[in-house]
Design a protein around this ligand. Sequence first.
Ligand code: SF4
Length: 169
Amino acid sequence: MSEEAPAEERIEKALQKLSRDAQSGGYHLNPDREFTKDLIAGLLVNEDRYGYWACPCRLASGKKEEDLDIICPCDYRDPDLGAFHMCYCALYVSEKVIRKEVVLEGSIPERRPPGGKRDKQIPGGALLPGKLAYPVWRCKVCGYLCAREEPPETCPVCKVKKERFERFL
Ligand code: SF4
């Protein structure tokens, strides 16, 4: 495995792909291009090191099954976008940041539970209403469902705004 810094061309290619994916999913990359490219370089270093896109702002274990929740985009991106207008690394930001209605300040709290608590999370243990980790929201236009603290700013499927979502569970 190489520990060399990723080449500019590779970073640029990854940036283009992430931008397209973000746009098609109703997400937004941080408009600070150099900052965003630095984070992407970190993702590519982790790809070379571990074989997957471990979050560049967190310490990965190097064991994929233990790091699944922090493979970018991590499990914590959407709730952090809803609560703080940015993901933990600030690679993704909310539409309000893009529209300059919100200014990002400093860092946000780490949402990822410590290792011991993560180990106790039971996969599939959140199937019953009332036991869900997050409420489930339904897009009233296309039926898209997502489990998170708040509905997304934009439906990733049909692109309608947050107000067209209803609480489903
Ligand atoms: S915090 Fe941001 S950059 Fe890190 S894994 Fe999550 S979405 Fe990706």
